[in-house]
Design a binder for this molecule. Structure first.
Ligand SMILES: Cc1cc2nc3c(=O)[nH]c(=O)nc-3n(C[C@H](O)[C@H](O)[C@H](O)COP(=O)(O)OP(=O)(O)OC[C@H]3O[C@@H](n4cnc5c(N)ncnc54)[C@H](O)[C@@H]3O)c2cc1C
Length: 386
């Protein structure tokens, strides 16, 4: 850390997990921070949706990991130890892990959400959060944390109230969620149901209908007051995650787990790294490339392999996963770089690159999440690593 007192205000565009994690880290080091948030509240694009905070990429529990970064864990987090997965033939596989594979957290502005907890911590540290302030240009020191700039995957469905008991269910079936998975997550009388698809965006309504029907038949889905909800995800491993002098963090940089679309943890981690780079003058690119890139590169290979499976292979994959005595440790290994994964890297990246433009969507008279989202307005022209 530099010795001289630096009183320049640091601006952050975006009060998502990435921007708020950066703000907290900077404020804890005594820096003055202003966060601009385009909407009138945090987590606007998620409004009450459930998401899984993944807990397998490090041996340390993700909540301890956050605490060690100096971040609050004062949000509702339901441990995901038991998940029921179905293959395309509707065979059920019960996944059990002694330690949670993920924690279910709520997103949006309400009480107990991840976003509200991070906001409260940031404000308690003196961070100024300006709502309804869309930053268009960054002049001085600052961090770009404005969320996805392209859509490589979309997750579409509903969140709702229910009297169903808590539970987590996944279906791997290309007829419900092409190249992805359909999921149903229930906790404390609320639920979310989504088709998370990596292709077929133009037919999102059909896939959501099929997902609804499948969960009605398999687990007796009961949705009260359903609210349509969906969003896009941006996966990319950029050559540089800086725009001029400004670090890009979270999904603004394209940081996500390419296999399943878990982005919160990478968003938070990258926000902290960007803040550290401003505090220490260390290169942000060097930091994220050391800490995040190996795992992201492996997840691209994992995605390419997953896409080879198709409906006939998903059952085999799920059965194989279940045979592991310690599923969490096994998942962690799958995200570690290995000789084989490094060898497959160039093939996987070529395959994935070619799929980033969804061939099933021609963008003509289309209202899919992808065409409605930011991706078409901001075509991503930045270089990608080969
Ligand atoms: C339906 C869905 C389900 C998901 N499920 C999971 C899951 O289960 N687990 C998981 O880990 N991840 C999940 N993700 C991904 C996860 O939500 C993102 O990776 C994560 O929110 C990224 O955080 P972020 O801070 O980079 O961006 P965001 O959370 O998008 O925050 C960016 C913020 O910037 C604001 N903003 C935008 N432009 C400007 C501007 N110019 N000026 C000021 N503010 C601006 C936005 O309003 C927003 O509040 C899911 C995504 C979707 C769409």
């Amino acid at each position: 850390m530099t010795d001289a007192v630096n009183d320049e205000v640091i601006e952050i565009a975006g009060a998502g997990p990435a921007g708020l994690a950066a703000a907290i880290t900077l404020a804890r080091a005594g820096r003055e921070v202003v966060v601009h948030e385009a909407y009138k509240e945090v987590g606007h694009r998620f409004g009450g949706d459930f998401q899984g905070l993944e807990n397998w990429t490090s041996e340390a529990n993700v909540l301890d990991f956050l605490a060690n970064l100096g971040l609050t864990t004062d949000f509702n987090a339901g441990p995901g130890c038991v998940v029921t997965a179905f293959d395309a033939a509707r065979r059920a596989y019960r996944v059990h892990s002694d330690e949670p594979l993920f924690y279910l957290v709520e997103r949006g502005p309400g009480p107990g959400t991840l976003d509200s907890a991070l906001l409260a911590q940031a404000q308690a540290l003196g961070v100024e959060v300006r709502f309804e302030s869309r930053l268009r240009q960054m002049k001085g020191e600052g961090i770009l944390a404005a969320g996805p700039r392209a859509a490589d995957a979309i997750a579409v469905g509903y969140h709702f109230e229910t009297t169903m008991a808590d539970g987590f269910w996944v279906i791997c079936d290309d007829d419900l969620a092409p190249k992805g998975y359909a999921y149903l997550l229930i906790m404390n009388g609320k639920g979310t149901l989504k088709s998370c698809m990596f292709s077929g965006f133009k037919q999102e309504k059909l896939y959501v209908q099929r997902t609804l029907a499948a969960f009605e038949q398999l687990v007796g889905l009961e949705m009260n007051n359903p609210q349509p909800h969906g969003g896009s995800g941006n996966f990319r491993i950029p050559a540089s995650a800086c725009s001029g002098p400004h670090p890009r963090v979270g999904e603004q940089a394209g940081f996500q787990d390419t296999l399943w679309g878990f982005g919160m943890r990478l968003a938070i981690h990258s926000g902290v790294l960007a803040a550290q780079s401003l505090l220490t003058d260390e290169s942000y690119d060097a930091l994220w490339q050391r800490e995040l890139r190996p795992q992201m590169k492996t997840s691209v290979v994992n995605r390419a392999l997953f896409e080879l499976l198709g409906n006939r292979g998903y059952g085999w994959f799920l059965k194989r996963q279940l045979a592991k005595p310690d599923l969490r440790a096994s998942l962690r290994r799958q995200y570690q770089p290995s000789f084989i994964k490094r060898l497959l890297g160039p093939w996987a990246e070529r395959r994935y690159e070619s799929r980033r433009q969804d061939v099933t969507c021609d963008h003509i008279d289309c209202h899919c999440i992808w065409c409605r989202g930011a991706c078409c307005a901001h075509p991503d022209q930045e270089g990608r690593e080969g």
